[in-house]
Design a protein around this ligand. Structure first.
Ligand code: AMP
Ligand code: GLY
Length: 418
């Protein structure tokens, strides 16, 4: 098939790699220095992408990032008669608006942390009285993974409200702000490929969100991941599917906007059971870089079955063993990543048996250079988690660029929120 992957991060390189491996012809818009068939059209240029898909006789478009999904790229492609895998804008609002998402959870009976949505600093400050412990403060709209503040005390919560409503640090993404009860427990992600009320759970992956070893430092887009996640063993994965995925799918069908695409539930495993922290409307990054290498099937078959509504006839097969990915980030990440550093050792890492997925990279006459925050995701697959981790780090050791930052404990410490 002729397939277009929209986006230019590590997730999109993993998608393009996985689709190419099954014999498809793959283009990426805009892609990065590692992706095949790059076409310089930005992921938010909806009209340009529809034109590209039509003129390029594309048979399937796979949309990676949330912003074009929330903006309605899949609606525009579908209206043009092009098969596109990803939710409509009406469904992507589950990620695009945390206020909508909390409302959906309450209406359709998904267990989640207590919360209140406010639209002014005055209401926000007043609402703080309702929480025993300072609540988590969340900009409702898309903020590139940075719109959630976990304050230590009431003063910190007040400062977060001022940052959102007065300093407008997140712009209109913080026109609505969700204050949410702070939870304690282990964080896990459950991802499902969905079509109407049918869904197939993907192998559960665990992300490492903090910048530093031992979960120190600021939150990031994700510094590494591994799969399968042992904390979702036994019946827990299926239970989470029943309680966190299925009710949303039924609700969306009842509302007349069936969900097609990946639904990603971010959960906290608390003493009171699994509670949903957030929904994402897409594959995780870097979760995709460990899930896709373990998928034995052709992802295009899976995505097309979702688009066509034929998921019920499909079972997924997974490569036995485990996968781990270590993100290598640029100097200055996450605040001010430095571009332009020359990257060496990519071929050596591949020779060590790794899959090196590019994210923030750009070609230069001397070779690829850093061009973003998260630069590479180095994935190892092995017979078990230890073997996968060892292989990923063998790849990381082979790669060098000035100021490279990476964690040394991916797959070795299991993140836990406190
Ligand atoms: P979100 O984008 O809503 O998943 O939030 C980003 C990160 O903030 C999560 O991955 C958690 O680490 C943390 N977080 C969000 N909500 C809560 C909560 N209610 N209690 C504790 N930590 C949270
Ligand atoms: N790794 C977290 C995310 O993709 O949102």
């Amino acid at each position: 098939m002729r397939i277009l992957v929209v986006g230019g991060g590590g997730r999109e390189h993993a998608l393009a790699w996985s689709l190419s491996r099954h014999g498809h012809r793959v283009w990426c818009a805009p892609g990065n220095a590692g992706t095949p068939g790059n076409i310089p059209i930005a992921a938010d240029d909806l009209a340009g992408l529809v034109r590209l898909a039509r003129e390029g006789h594309i048979e399937l478009v796979v949309v990676g990032p949330e912003a074009p999904l929330v903006a309605g790229l899949v609606d525009a492609l579908t209206a043009a008669g092009i098969a596109a895998f990803g939710p409509s804008a009406a469904c992507a609002a589950l990620e695009g608006s945390k206020a909508f998402s909390k409302d959906a959870m309450a209406r359709w009976g998904v267990a989640t942390a207590a919360s209140v949505t406010v639209t002014s600093i005055e209401d926000g400050l007043a609402a703080l009285d309702r929480f025993d412990v300072a609540p988590v403060v969340k900009a409702s709209g898309l903020a590139a993974g940075k719109g959630v503040i976990v304050p230590d005390d009431r003063a910190g919560a007040e400062a977060a409200l001022r940052l959102m409503f007065i300093e407008r640090a997140f712009g209109s993404a913080a026109d609505e702000v969700v204050l949410e009860q702070r939870l304690i427990g282990r964080e896990v992600s459950v991802l499902a490929v969905c079509s109407g009320t049918e869904y197939r759970l993907l192998v559960p992956a665990q992300d490492h969100k903090r910048l530093g070893d031992g979960d120190a430092g600021p939150n990031t887009g994700g510094m590494g991941a591994f799969a399968p996640a042992p904390s979702l063993g036994g019946d827990l994965l299926a239970t989470v599917g029943d309680r966190a995925i299925a009710p949303i799918l039924h609700g969306m069908v009842d509302r007349g906007t069936p969900y097609v695409g990946v639904l990603y539930a971010g959960l906290m495993l608390t003493d009171a059971g699994p509670l949903v922290l957030e929904y994402n409307c897409r594959l995780g990054d870097p979760e995709a870089q460990v899930i896709l290498p373990l998928l034995a099937d052709d992802p295009a078959e899976l995505f097309l079955a979702a688009v066509r509504g034929t998921l019920s006839g499909l079972t997924l097969s997974w490569t036995p063993g485990a996968a781990a990915t270590v993100v290598m980030a640029a100097a200055g990440y996450p605040d001010a990543p430095r571009p332009g550093d020359l990257i060496s050792g990519l071929a050596e890492a591949e020779a060590a048996g790794c899959h090196v997925f590019h994210a923030g990279t750009a070609e230069s006459p001397q070779g690829p250079r850093t061009a973003g925050g998260r630069v590479l995701a180095v994935t190892g697959v092995g017979a078990d988690l230890d073997a996968a981790v060892a292989r990923a780090y063998a790849g990381v050791e082979a790669i060098a660029f000035a100021g490279a930052q990476f964690r040394h404990d991916i797959g070795r410490t299991i993140p836990e929120a406190t």
